[in-house]
Design a protein around this ligand. Structure first.
Ligand SMILES: [Zn+2]
Ligand SMILES: [Zn+2]
Length: 189
């Protein structure tokens, strides 16, 4: 299929073995997204970001939902029977840019609500769902996006992309992220 050599893509040809290993792990996890990554030649910024362009409806991507905070569209490389991405219209690069505060908690809660509502409607017979985010360096596009999956995974090996990798991070379920963002009650002593 002529896979581009993504290890060299950003010019970092380091021989540091741990760095190299990490790049390889990321390569395996994100391989189906290589095409999308190629579309974003420039470093991520709001003006060159493919997801910002989708949010502004300046691409042919069909939006399944849009409101003043988020838009939803199908993952270009679905890993399950239904696989949607919910993104904020605002350019927020990754989960690392979210903080424990009302605004961020409300945004992620809304993203999850919208994703759950759509999947319940579009995959009424599915019994298992997964909702969550890839944490850097395992995210493919530097614009926050909630993966919403109606399982089973297709093909089943794709489930590895949506597992927590412990100290390496990997995938974080939306509920777990919400726990991290939920503002602490000022009444708690
Ligand atoms: Zn963006
Ligand atoms: Zn992702």
């Amino acid at each position: 299929m002529g896979q581009a050599d993504n290890v060299q893509r950003n010019g970092k040809s380091t021989k540091n073995p741990s760095f190299y290993w990490l790049k390889n792990v990321r390569e395996v996890l994100e391989r189906p997204r290589a095409k999308l990554a190629e579309m974003m030649r420039a470093p991520s910024s709001a003006s060159s970001c493919i997801f910002c362009q989708i949010a502004r409806s300046s691409t042919s991507t069909v939006l399944l939902h849009s409101d003043e905070k988020v838009v939803v569209f199908q993952d270009i490389n679905p890993s399950a029977f239904r696989h949607y991405l919910v993104i904020p219209i605002e350019h927020i690069p990754t989960v690392r840019n979210l903080q424990r505060r009302d605004e961020d908690f409300a945004l992620v809660s809304h993203m999850l609500d919208v994703g759950q509502t759509l999947l319940r409607k579009d995959a009424p017979n599915s019994k298992h769902f997964r909702f969550g985010f890839h944490q850097p360096p395992f995210n493919s596009v530097d614009h926050l996006h909630l993966h919403c999956l109606a399982l089973p995974f297709i093909p089943s090996w794709k489930s590895i992309k949506y597992l927590s990798l412990g100290p390496l991070g990997g995938f974080i379920k939306a509920e777990k992220l919400l726990e991290k963002l939920k503002p602490l009650s000022p009444l708690t002593s």
